[in-house]
Structures are given as structure tokens and as C-alpha cells.
Design a protein. Structure first.
Length: 521
């Protein structure tokens, strides 16, 4: 039987609905029976903390993942999207967080070469005529002959959007599209897209962590938390605080947990930050005049919606990013995160995405576990490295921290996420720890790995370490921390002891209501 070809892409905005979408990775359920509808011509925001399932949902929509259950309908008709090519044929496109343009090519070349039907020999006169006609249909101008390398970030993002429109995408997914833009560039790009949506030329589904953008441009919002849909509605009927509460839930810390953590009184200040300023990758302020202290035997948790300076702060503290202004002190002494100072002050860390930020993937588990002390006795006698000692150290740590690996010489990139975490923790916690800096330590891990890593963090605290814990999971912060502070727009806007923590107040602070305003709201 002949299978009829799919209908051609619509010339107007598409309506798409995900019905009962479920996606599992082994025992981990990334999406759990999620139903979301984006109307034709809508500007629809998708919110959620890291690990909430946002990326999994849109990857199912564009064909990168096959859902384990659920259906996708396009303009009311069920469609089977098995690949990105299927999504493109329907008219679904995606603009990613980072640019996908070829820098050495011109704008025109990037647009033409993105097509599926590029001829072997390109008639550039004809192509330029087509591009000129296309440019008359869009609300902004970009010089077609300009090399991409000469464009500002905002212009590059416009070209990414132009490319999707040129390819006749009528449903556009935007994954954190303004993360590399200034606020002015972001407003211009999102304003242009909103105009297209209002004219029913395209529907927009935007993943963002910026409440300001949601309130200014979106019509409706859907919120995911731990793979489930926790709320949705018209943006006009919601406040940032209400959306933040959908993201973080309303869990109150349990009294049993507080009693369990109350065994040790914090000591003197171990880690002190004073008026710290840090820039992001684009050279814009990410952390502004931030002051904070952590005492020995204390866990201070930093809460906040992703993108408010937490990542840049952690990178500055562990030596991966420059501190532009301010100071960091360990036990009263200046600290600039050099290798010698890290060793002398016994500062250890578990950064976010440790395989990328704390490991060398091609090296063995043994070599990675020895990165802190490979050049020190007994692992080395200058200038000789003693690999037998390194392997013996790795075997001991593998057993102690229950790292599941084929062996000490296996490449660390071959380990599961939880076992990479355990391997890095083994390296960082195997000695005497003075300061421990941890960022989203259990993102995407199974329950057994979560419990193990949480226990290790608490053990470091009980041994007298000062622990700075950055997490986008408020449940995790409430369970582990002695104090919680909230970062918004690069600043600390709220601080509370754990026994007086109010989830509603924290949520409002995460949404930008600071201090007394958050408490009174």
C-alpha cells in the first residue's frame, strides 16, 4: 500500500499539542504524562528548574528523542515525528542557546546552505533575488553580504531566526535565546517574534529563566517540575511569584531533618566574600557587589532561578573565571584560587557538570582521581610520577566511595553521571577539607546516587568544613542547608536561617521581590 506523502508545511502559524508525553532514561523518568498545548500564533513560555524536563520535551517535539508514551498533534492531526527531518518537513524549527551559524560564511551563504535542496552548482544571482524577496517579508534588515564574524550578538540571533523563517518553519522553539544578548538586544529580538506571532505567521515556544521576558512578551506559560506539569495559565493572570511557586513547589522543611542537622554549632567565618563582581561570557556583569560568609561546620545554600549569576560566582571561586572586583578570603587570608592557594587552604569543589568542568574525559579514573596530588609524594618524587601509587590510591577511593567502574584505568568519560560525581567527590573529599564549594551536585542522578552524595556533603559539614551549596532544587537546599540566601540579578536579595525559612518568601525573592517586599507580599 502506498503511503501518502505528508502535506506541505503550513504557510501560517501551527498549533501543536503534546498529549500525555512520557520519556524515561533507564529508571529515571524525565517526562511524566505531560500535556501542553500551544495555540497557533501564541507566544508560549516553558518554565522550570534544571532537570525539570524542558529540554526533553522539546527534543521529543523536534525528533531528537522518541517518547515512551504520548502523542503529538499538529493543527489537530496526530503526527509521528521520528527525526529532526520529520519535524522540519512539518514546519517545526529550533533556535538554540548558542549560535549554529558558520562564522566564515556570509549571512546569505548561511541561509542558502541551510536548505535541504541546495543544488550542486548554486546560481547566486537567482539565490540573491529570492533572498531579497524574502527579506521584504520580515520586519528587520540584516546585510546579506556581511560575514557572520562581523555581526554583533543580537544580529547573529536575528540571523538564526531569519534562517528558520527562510526555511518556512511555522512553529519555532527557542532555547534560552537571550542568554548571549544584552537586555536591549533581547527586547528587540523577542519583540520582533511577538509581532510575527500576533500576525499568525509563526507560533513560539520559548524556554527561558527570565521572568521579565515572560511577563513582557508571553501570552501563556506552562511550568514543569521534576518531569511533571505543575501549572499553566495566561500570563496576564499570573505574577512572577506565582510562577516561581509552581517551579519550586510548597514543601516545608521537616522537623526531623532539622533535628538531624542541628548537631554541630557553626564556628568562626571560614569563607568570606566581600563586594564581589564577576562578568559573564559576553563581558557583562553577572555578579554585582555580592558579600557573603560561610562558617566552619555550616552549609549555606544559594537559591535562585538559573541565570542569575550563580554559575559565574562558582567559577570565580574555584579559579575558572576572573574576579573583576571585590575580595575572597579563607580564614581571613586573601584567596585568588591559584593551585597553590587551593592546596594550602584546602579548598575543594564539585562544580556543575563535573565531567566537563572537573575532569579530563579521555584520561582514566585513576588519573582523574589524582589531579589534586599527582605531583606530590607519595604519588611523585620530582620529576618522576609513580603510576603504581596513583592506581593504588584510585582503587582505595573507588572502594570507599562505591564508584562503579570497569577498573581504575577505564576512561572516566565512560562512567555514568552518578559515578562521575562519586569519582570527583572521592578526589575532593579524600583529605582534610576546609572549604567545599558545590554546584547542583545531583542533577539528573538516580535516588541512590542522590542519597550517597548528600550524605557525603553532610559528613564534610559535620567534620567542620564550610560548605557553599548552589542548587536550583529548593528541596535539596532545605534538606541540607543551615542558612539559605537567594540570588537574583547577580545580587543576594534574601537571607534566612533554615528554621525560619518560608518557601513562599523564598519563591517571591527568586522572582525579584527582595527583602521586606518578599516577606510582605
Amino acid at each position: 500500500m502506498l503511503i501518502p506523502p505528508p502535506p506541505p508545511p503550513s504557510e501560517t502559524a501551527l498549533a501543536i499539542e503534546c498529549l500525555g508525553m512520557t520519556k524515561r532514561f533507564g529508571s529515571f523518568t524525565a517526562l511524566d504524562d505531560v500535556t501542553i498545548k500551544v495555540e497557533a500564533g501564541a507566544f508560549h513560555a516553558l518554565l522550570g528548574e534544571n532537570g525539570a524536563g524542558k529540554s526533553t520535551l522539546v527534543k521529543c517535539l523536534v525528533g531528537y528523542y522518541r517518547p515512551d508514551a504520548g502523542q503529538i498533534t499538529v493543527d489537530g492531526r496526530e503526527r509521528d515525528i521520528r527525526s529532526p527531518q520529520d519535524a522540519h518537513a512539518i514546519g517545526i524549527g529550533m533556535v538554540y542557546q548558542h549560535f549554529t551559524l558558520v562564522p566564515s560564511m556570509s549571512v546569505a551563504e548561511n541561509l542558502v546552505m541551510a536548505r535541504n535542496d541546495v543544488p550542486m552548482r548554486i546560481d547566486w544571482r537567482t539565490e540573491r533575488e529570492r533572498l531579497a524577496a524574502f527579506m521584504e517579508t520580515v520586519p528587520f534588515r540584516i546585510p546579506l553580504d556581511a560575514p557572520v564574524t562581523s555581526l554583533a550578538a543580537g544580529e547573529k540571533q536575528k540571523v538564526e531566526i531569519l534562517k528558520q523563517l527562510y526555511l518556512k518553519r511555522r512553529f519555532m522553539i527557542l532555547d534560552e535565546p537571550t542568554s548571549v544578548l544584552t537586555p536591549q538586544e533581547a527586547d528587540e529580538v523577542l519583540g520582533m517574534l511577538r509581532g510575527l506571532a500576533q500576525r499568525k505567521e509563526v507560533s513560539v515556544l520559548i524556554i527561558t529563566h527570565k521572568f521579565r521576558e515572560v511577563m513582557a512578551f508571553a501570552d501563556r506559560v506552562s511550568v514543569l517540575r521534576r518531569g511533571k506539569l505543575t501549572g499553566e495559565g495566561r500570563v496576564a493572570d499570573l505574577t512572577p511569584a506565582a510562577m516561581a511557586e509552581m517551579m519550586i513547589g510548597t514543601r516545608e522543611p521537616a522537623s526531623g531533618e532539622l533535628q538531624r542537622k542541628a548537631g554541630r554549632a557553626p564556628g568562626s567565618v571560614r569563607l568570606a566574600l566581600e563586594a564581589c563582581k564577576v562578568h559573564d561570557d559576553a563581558g557583562l556583569p553577572a555578579v554585582e557587589a555580592l558579600s557573603l560568609s560561610v562558617r566552619e561546620g555550616e552549609i549555606v545554600g544559594i537559591a535562585g532561578v538559573s541565570g542569575n549569576g550563580q554559575r559565574e560566582l562558582v567559577e570565580a571561586l574555584i579559579g575558572q573565571r576572573e574576579l573583576v572586583a571585590g575580595s575572597v578570603k579563607i580564614s581571613g587570608e586573601p584567596f585568588r584560587a591559584t593551585r597553590a592557594e587551593i592546596r594550602r587552604h584546602r579548598v575543594f569543589s564539585l562544580p556543575e557538570e563535573p565531567l566537563r568542568n572537573a575532569c579530563v574525559g579521555m584520561l582514566s579514573v585513576s588519573d582523574n582521581m589524582g589531579l589534586r596530588n599527582f605531583d606530590r609524594p607519595p604519588q611523585a618524587t620530582w620529576p618522576w610520577l609513580k603510576r603504581g601509587r596513583l592506581r593504588a590510591q584510585a582503587r582505595r577511593l573507588i572502594a570507599e566511595f562505591k564508584v562503579k567502574t570497569p577498573g581504575a584505568e577505564a576512561p572516566i568519560r565512560n562512567l555514568s553521571g552518578g559515578n562521575v560525581q562519586r569519582a570527583v567527590l572521592a578526589r575532593e573529599l579524600s583529605g582534610d577539607v576546609s572549604v567545599l564549594i558545590v554546584a547542583n551536585p545531583v542533577f539528573g542522578l538516580d535516588f541512590a546516587a542522590v542519597a550517597e552524595i548528600h550524605a557525603r556533603i553532610l559528613a564534610a559539614r559535620e567534620a567542620g568544613a564550610a560548605v557553599l551549596l548552589v542548587s536550583e532544587d529548593l528541596d535539596e537546599l532545605l534538606e541540607l542547608s543551615d542558612r539559605v540566601v537567594v540570588m537574583f540579578d547577580g545580587r543576594i536579595v534574601h537571607e534566612t536561617d533554615i528554621d525560619s525559612a518560608d518557601v513562599g518568601v523564598i519563591g517571591r525573592a527568586m522572582a525579584g521581590h527582595s527583602g521586606a517586599d518578599a516577606a510582605a507580599a
